[in-house]
Every structure is written in C-alpha cells, then in structure tokens.
Design a binder for this molecule. Structure first.
Ligand code: ADP
Length: 630
C-alpha cells in the first residue's frame, strides 16, 4: 500500500482520479487512447472508497460524482460502491481477502470503469485489477501528481489530481493575521499523519522562517487540546490530520480537530473542506463536490470513448464566516475569491431594498392599524357615551312623560283605590250584621282583589317609566303587548281630554328585539304628541288610533290622530332636537324617539293623513327574521 510514502503536497483525502484505458488482458495502453465500446447494456461503474462511509471527504466526493454521472447519463448507468475500510483493517490479510471477495462478487458484472477515490483505493485497484475488473478503465484518486509517481501508478491511469496545499493555507492565515508571531503545526501519529507532517515541513520551510515555529506532534488528544489552549494569541495554528494520537486512539480527523479548535487560544486553519464546520477558520482546498464533478466528467468522457488525460481539480480558498467573527478577522483580508461558508450577510446587506420597502409597508400598516384601533376605540367610546347619553335622555324623557301623565295616572289609580275602600267598608258593614251574607262578602272580597290587581298593574307600568338604567335591557317581546300597555297608561289621560282611543292591532305576535321600556316610551311620546295635536279639534272628532302591521320582515306601528297635521315644511324638522311649536315644549320627544328606534335598527317617520291629522310610523326589524326566511 505504501501508506508511509509521502512527498510533495499530498495527503490522504486528496482525490486522484485516473482514467485508465486497459485492454482486456490488463495490459497498459496509452492514456490518449481511452476509447472502448459498451454494446447493448448500460455502462457499469464501480466506485471504491478507501475507508468507511463516515469519512466525509470521500463520501462527499463520491456523492458529487454519483449525481454527475446519473445526470449526464439520464440514469442509464449501473453504479456500484465498495468501502475498502483500509484504515480500520490495516492487517496484511485484509487487502488480498478484499480483492478476492470483490473479484468473485463482480464476476458476473465486471465493471467498465472503476473509480478509485483516495490513494489507497488507487493502489488497491491497480494491484488487483485483473482479479476485480479486468479490461475496465480505472479511474483512481487520492493525491497530487507527485504522489501518483510515488505509488507508481501505471502510465495508463489518468488522474483528476487534487492538490491540498498547506502552504496556500498558511498564506491565507498570514493574510488574515499579519501580526502573528508564532506558528504551530498539528499532526497525529498514524503513518498518514506523519506523512503529512513530513510534507508540511518541506512545504513550509521558507514560510516558517518568519515565525517561531512549533510542530505539535507525538501528543495524545488531551495534550493537543491543552497545548492549543495556551498558545499565545498572536499564533497561527495549522491543522493537518490526526487519524491516531500518540496513545493510539483513532479519530476521524475532523473530530480530533474540533476538540483542539474548541478551546484553542488562537485561530486554527486546515486544508480540508470537512474541517469547516469543526471550528477551523478555513484553508486552501479542493472542494469534494468540485472534485467529484471533475471526476464525473472524466468518467463520462471515457465511457463516451473520448480521449481523456490528467487534469487538476479546481482549488478554492474556503473560510467559515462564523470563525472570522469569533477571532475578529477581517473579511477584506481574505485571499481574493475566497468562498465564505455560513456567511450570514446581514439581512440588511442582503435585502436592503426589500427591507426598506418592507419596513415602509410594515410602518404604514402599523400606522393604519394604530389609527384604526384608535378609531375603533374612539368609536366605541363615542358609541358608549352616546348610548349613555341616550339612556340618560330616555330616562329624562320617561320622567317627563310620567310627570305629564301623573295627574291622569293618579286619577286612574284613584278608581281602583276608591273601589277598594268602598268595598272594604261595605264588607265590614255586612260583617257587623246579625246574619252576615257570606256569599256577598265573598263577592266583595273578589272585587277588592280585582281592583288591587288593576292598581298594581298601573303602578308596575309606571315603574318601567321611572326606572333609570345604565345598560340597554335587550329582550324579545311582542309589539302588540307593548302597544296595549302604552294604551293602558294613557287611556286615563285620553279620557280626561275627551279623546277616543281605538286600536287596530294585527292578530298574533309581532316579535321584536329591543329594550321594551324604550319602545313603550316611543309609543307614549307619539301618543302624547297626538293628544296635544288634537287639543284644538272638536271633541267629537278627537280620535287617537293605534295600528300594528307586518311587512317585509318588519313590524310597523302607526299612531294616527285627527289633529291639524304637520305643515309640509316642518315634516323634516320635527325630529330635530329642540324643535317645538309648543309653549311648554322641549322639542326633545321626537328626537329621542328617533334615537331609540334607530338604536334597534328601525326607522320612524311622519306624514299627514289625506283625511286630516298626522300619522307617525315606527318600523322595527322582526325578531328571527333570518330564521323565518330560511
Ligand atoms: P315637543 O312635544 O316638546 O314639542 P317633540 O319633539 O315631541 O317635542 O315634537 C316636536 C314638534 O313636532 C312639536 O312641537 C309639534 O310641532 C310637532 N308634532 C309632533 N307630533 C305632532 C302631531 N301628531 N301633529 C302635529 N304636530 C306634531
């Protein structure tokens, strides 16, 4: 395997891709002559991974290769993968055993192309090609050109060479830390690690002269961590690989580097893409994706029978923006063309136009929302205060009505009370007689009860008029009922004034939803106005008529009189507050009536009857109108 042979700028994760055009006997062919023909089946490509599936470097390259091949062939390709697991099974017997196994496994499906990712895979397949893939083109990978020579690859191997350049990584560090005075190079104890250290010593010979240089090697992982944690802050730490530490502990290198970088007192750099997420600032590297794609292109050309030859996979400077921030390193000091990973450009930088527009929008929206909220609040406050005002006004109006009607009510109350007194006296006289007429007394007592009931009814009707309320008492009630109740209240007064009351109510219920006392107040207002309007009329013709009706899901109450009517020019004005033509009038009755009716979604209007007199119409929504219409 020649794992210990290292020279130049090579390391294990560097992927060499060589396309070899071999003849069926396994002999060598010129690299310029790579054409071969696959007849009547899809090509078979075997990808060899040197280690296990956890080694991100090779698996990332393998994945990029796989997707490139699938994409280029439209899926018409048979791809096989084998993990040689060479680092975990270094014992001598493993390689020939693996070779025999693969030879047998692929006996019936010989690959047309073998892609060997990593130097070890390349060595393995070139040594065992006749057993595993006789006649196959071999695409091997894992090193730079110098190593390709060292491991003595056959001439027919064409490589997509990947150079992992520790010097370029060091130069990146110098550019970011121009004031650094110390240089530390970290390497493990495995053959591979030691090979890397040797390579680095040669590559950094000149570079390290500007620094106080220390090679951190032959250490346990704890010692690496401890040493790195107390290097001077003006240090550059270059991490190669730690596959194994001095104590013989095995690592996936990036995990070892992560431990070291986590508590290091100076920035750590490394030439691998896989180190990026493990606490390393960055380095010069071939990205595994770029390498995989380069290899894929070579394989495709080879399968297509095109001439293929060695190529270099593109190198890139990579940096982790989070680490730049951690160490206070300036973005402007990065080598030109550096790819920054995890660079969260401030949202502002990224989308300032959208943000400006967005913020404007949000601001505008917020303003509108605030204004609307304020407006709603104002409206609510206004509604609340106007409701309170209305309630207040209604109460005053009720009190005024009660006051105006008080004499007729007192008169009305007087009747049952006198009847009670008279009946009570009659009963007591009867009781004092020698043989009281029990039946008569019984009848008298029944009369007393009835009169008491009448008096109680009058008082309870008045109670609503006098009660002050702070909230609307919503309820469903029959407009016919309230009309009858209002008629009862005013009938004494009407009688006193010589007015005939007539009622023409629609049979059945007329349900409305409102505050019953308020609606009653409207009726009383209309009735008292009507009675006032008939003062001048001849007593014989004084008639006040109440009529209820139903039309278009609305209930209607008409209050008509036989007065002088309302001059046309006043018809609109009479609902205005303080408009009155009466000497002792307030001009508030009708405006309060309209406010009440509108509160419950209704309307009120006035008109003149053709036969003389005025008619007022109060219209209210029928309760459950929606349900009824369904
Ligand atoms: P007030 O009764 O204190 O005057 P209203 O708002 O109740 O206040 O009435 C306003 C005016 O409308 C009355 O002064 C009167 O001129 C007129 N009016 C109201 N009802 C009638 C009616 N039935 N017939 C004629 N005019 C009326």
């Amino acid at each position: 395997m020649g794992l210990g042979e290292w020279s130049g700028r090579l390391c294990w994760t560097a992927l060499l891709l060589a396309v070899a055009a071999l003849d069926a006997s396994g002999g060598q062919a010129a690299s310029s002559d790579t054409s071969f023909a696959i007849i009547d089946r899809v090509p078979r490509v075997l990808v060899l991974y040197p280690y296990d599936e956890r080694i991100a470097a090779t698996t990332a390259a393998g994945e990029a290769l796989r997707s490139r091949l699938l994409e280029a062939t439209n899926g018409k390709i048979d791809l096989f993968s084998e993990f040689l697991d060479l680092s975990r099974f270094p014992e001598g017997g493993h390689v020939p055993r693996m070779a025999r196994y693969l030879g047998e496994k692929y006996a019936a499906r010989r690959p047309d192309v073998v892609v060997a990712l990593g130097k070890e895979s390349a060595s393995f397949v070139t040594a065992n090609r006749s057993m595993i893939a006789p006649g196959a083109k071999i695409v091997a990978a894992g090193f730079g050109t110098a190593t390709a020579e060292k491991i003595d690859l056959p001439d027919d191997v064409v490589g997509a060479f990947a150079t992992f350049d520790i010097l370029k990584t060091a130069e990146m560090a110098r550019s970011l830390q121009p004031d650094a005075r110390h240089l530390y190079i970290v390497g493990g104890s495995s053959d591979f690690d030691r090979g890397w250290l040797t390579t680095a010593r040669a590559a950094l010979r000149e570079f390290s002269k500007s620094y106080e240089t220390t090679y951190l090697e032959d250490l346990t992982i704890d010692e690496f961590v401890e040493r790195a944690s107390r290097v001077p802050s003006d240090s550059i730490i270059l991490a190669l690989t730690v596959f194994t530490d001095r104590a013989g502990r095995n690592f996936i290198p990036r995990d070892a580097i992560r431990q070291i970088a986590a508590t290091a007192s100076a920035p750590v750099y490394g030439p691998y893409q896989t180190y990026i997420d493990y606490g390393v600032v960055g380095g010069n590297t071939v990205t595994f994706e770029a390498l995989g794609r380069t290899v894929g292109d070579l394989v495709i050309d080879a399968i297509a029978g095109k001439t293929v030859s060695d190529i270099e996979a593109p190198q890139t400077y990579l940096a982790d923006a989070r680490q730049l921030q951690r160490w206070g390193l300036a973005e402007k000091d990065l080598p030109p063309g550096t790819v920054q990973m995890h660079r969260e450009r401030s949202v502002w930088q990224e989308h300032w136009v959208v943000l400006v527009a967005g913020s404007g929008l949000v601001l505008a929206q917020a303003t509108i929302i605030s204004v609307l909220l304020l407006e709603r609040r104002r409206r609510r406050d206004a509604e609340r205060s106007s409701r309170l005002h209305l309630l207040e006004a209604v109460h005053l109006n009720q009190s005024a009505t009660a006051g105006a009607l008080s004499s007729s009510i007192a008169h009305e109350l007087n009747q049952p009370l006198s009847a009670i007194r008279n009946n009570a006296e009659a009963a007591s006289v009867l009781l004092r007689s020698e043989s009281p007429d029990h039946e008569l007394i019984q009848q008298i007592l029944l009369d007393i009860q009835e009169d008491d009931q009448r008096a109680g009814d009058i008082i309870s009707r008045m109670r609503g008029l006098l009660k002050k309320r702070s909230e609307i008492d919503w309820q469903e009630f029959d407009l016919n009922d309230v009309t009858s109740s209002a008629i009862h209240i005013i009938h004494g007064e009407a009688e006193r004034r010589g007015i005939t009351l007539t009622s023409n109510q629609l049979p059945g219920e007329l349900p409305v939803r409102a505050d019953k006392v308020h609606v009653q107040q409207v009726i009383l207002n209309l009735a008292t106005n009507a009675m006032d309007a008939m003062l001048e009329a001849v007593p014989a013709g004084r008639t006040l008529t109440f009529a209820t009706g139903l039309a278009n899901e609305k209930v209607e109450l008409r209050v008509s009189d036989t007065g002088d009517g309302i001059p046309a020019e006043r018809l609109i004005r009479i609902f205005e507050p303080f408009y009155t033509t009466k000497q002792a009038g307030t001009g508030l009755g009708l405006s309060i009536a309209r406010a009440i009716v509108e509160t419950y979604g209704g309307t009120i209007c006035a008109d003149n009857r053709p036969e003389g007199g005025a008619v007022f119409r109060m219209i209210l929504p029928l309760a459950h109108a929606e349900e009824r219409s369904r």
